[in-house]
Each structure stands twice: as structure tokens, then as C-alpha cells.
Design a protein around this ligand. Sequence first.
Ligand code: PMP
Ligand code: GLN
Length: 380
Amino acid sequence: LTTKLPKVGTTIFTVMSQLAAEHQAVNLGQGFPDFDVPARLVDALGRAMREGKNQYAPMTGIPALRQAIAAKTERCYGYRPDADAEITVVSGASEAIFDAVQAVVRPGEEVIVLDPCYDSYEPAIDLAGGRAVHVPLDPRTFAVDWDRVRAAVTPNTRLLMINSPHNPSGAMFDADDIARLGELLADTGIWLLSDEVYEHIVFDGRRHESVLRYPQLRERAFVVSSFGKTYHCTGWKIGYCIAPAALSAELRKVHQYNSFCSFAPAQWAFAEMIEAEPEHYEGLGAFYQAKRDRFRDQLLTTALKPLPVPGGYFQLVDYSGVSDLDDAAFCRWLTVDKGVAAIPLSPFYESPPAGQRLARLCFAKNEATLDAAIERLLRL
Ligand code: PMP
Ligand code: GLN
């Protein structure tokens, strides 16, 4: 067998979760909450199943959910996408990213990604026959160097992929980034894929600069979100993509033959939840900010140095005061010998910056889980 994906092994999230389980480590590696899904959502899911909403949903998602997403998008970003033509419900942001890339990237075309980036981007590009062109973010602040992005553009560039709030760093785009992005894309044929799965998890009064706020950007963009992040249910795998009608039509051609439709009962549950409890997503920033602040204060009593976290649910720590191991070896050691699982950053890069000593810890956890981790980290 000649593999089509020679660079792909088992994802670092799976590797570290398995290692955590083997060694009874507190798992702050793979990003998932260990607390409950909102009660109304679970009730609505059970009710949908009991009411027999168990057969295929419409390929693009049930109308009630697409309407709810349209209304929520307008409330959040002042722009109401057309629920029929511009919103597609899919099986997680992962599927949205995969479908969008397959829909627009042809063999030999280039896709610019900003390193470190989420690990599913490059395999999706490879399967489309495209080529990922990696532009590094600042190794300390994770800011975009827009001049470097511009220098990476060629006549062959088809797509630019961005992610704010950013996994793994938590960095967020500001208005200046949006202006630079607009200048870069103006008068080009480059599409944009904006991964906004952490859109509601933003801190310290910051504003999430959704691409949907900006007409010149949204007219060329796939904007991707995930109910897994917003509703603490990463295992339900429901997300969506908002894109102009022509782009949505192409994405739907892929979705139609990838999964056809996504888990129907959950679509009914999200439609009800979004409408009935907008305070859930409106309060998500404050909910996670309390966790971030408490965890950061605790980390400051350990030998690890926490970096600033503007958004998302990951805390980067500088471990150079503890160890000179590279990040993969350090995270293994931390899991096996110290009982706390973390994620190294190197798998998010084509070429990791030399000497970077950073690890990612997920703070989407109950206080008891974070306390147990800190107790172990105090012994480093
Ligand atoms: N993009 C980013 C940046 C993510 O962190 C994740 C989840 N880890 C995804 C996409 C995939 O989201 P989903 O679980 O909805 O497929
Ligand atoms: N998105 C999650 C993270 O960054 C992991 C998702 C997965 O395991 N594939 O931790």
C-alpha cells in the first residue's frame, strides 16, 4: 500500500489521552470539558429521540436549527446569513474544515496556514492534492506577521486558513489584524477559511473579531463553528459553516457525499437551546474566565510560567525553569512521571521554533480536576 498521507500518524490528542489513562494522570491534554452539558440540552435531546426525530435530517440541517443559527449570528455579529442558502449544519467543525478544503482546493494549489495550527488542516489539504504553505506566528505572542503572509502569496494560492481565538495559544485577532487581512485579500481570488470554534470563549472584555462582521471578508469566507465547544459536548460532533451561497453550494456537494446529514436529534436539541437560553453562550466568556484566572493563580505557585490567555480554553506554560527536554519528551515525562497530561506544541508546526519550551494545558475542567493537577505540579 502506498499511503496517501505519509506524514500522518495517530493524533497527539489520542496519544496523550491514552498515555494519561495508562498512567492515571490528570488529563489536561486533549481539549474537552469534564463537566456536564446544560440540563435543558440533554432533556431536549432525549425528548427529540422519544418524539421519533431519529431519521435522516435534511442534508443541510433542520430548518429550525439553521434559523436559530441565523438569528444568533445576527445578535452576535450584526449580520444575518440566509438560513437556506448560507448555513450548513455538519458533523463538527472538523467536517466543515474538511468539506470546505475539498470543495475549493484543486491539485497543485496552495493553502496558507499559520503555524502553530490545528492538526486537521494539513491532511485535508493533502487529500485535496493541494500544498500547505506554512507561515509561522510569533513564537512568543502568536501574533500574525502579515508581511510574511503576503510574501507567501503566489498566483497559485487558493485559500488562507485562520483561527481566532487560537488553538493552542489562545491568541486573538484584533481590528488591526482584520484590516491587514482585508488589504491582503482585496483583489485576489483567495478564499478564506475562518475557524471560529472558540468564538464565545473570550476574556477581559475583548471582542471576538468574527469575519462575519466584515462584508468584504465574509463574501469570500467559510466561517466554521462548533457546538461541541459552546455547549460542552465535544462528543456530539455537531458544527456548522456559514458561507456565501456559491461557496455553501460547493461545500454541500462534499457534505452530501461525506456524511449526507448530521445527527438529527441533536439538531432539534440545539435549535431549542439556542433560542431558549441565549444567556448560555453570552455567559461563556465569564464562565471560562473564572476558571482561567483561578488556574493561572495556582500555576504561579508552581515552577511553570503561564503565558497570557486572551481566549479559548487552553493555558500555555513555559517549562524552561523545570526542564530542558524538548516539548514532546517533556509532556511524556510530565504525564508518566508527574501524573499530569499536557499537549506539546511541536505537532502543530511544520518546523517548531528551536528551543521553544511550551506545553498546552486544558482548563475546561472542574475545580477538583484542576486542583488535583496543581497538587502534582507543585512537586515538579
Ligand atoms: N478547530 C479547532 C481550532 C479546534 O480546537 C477543534 C477542536 N479541538 C476543531 C476545529 C474541531 O472541532 P469539532 O470537535 O467540532 O470537530
Ligand atoms: N480539538 C481538541 C484539542 O485541541 C482535540 C480534538 C481531537 O482529539 N481530535 O485538544
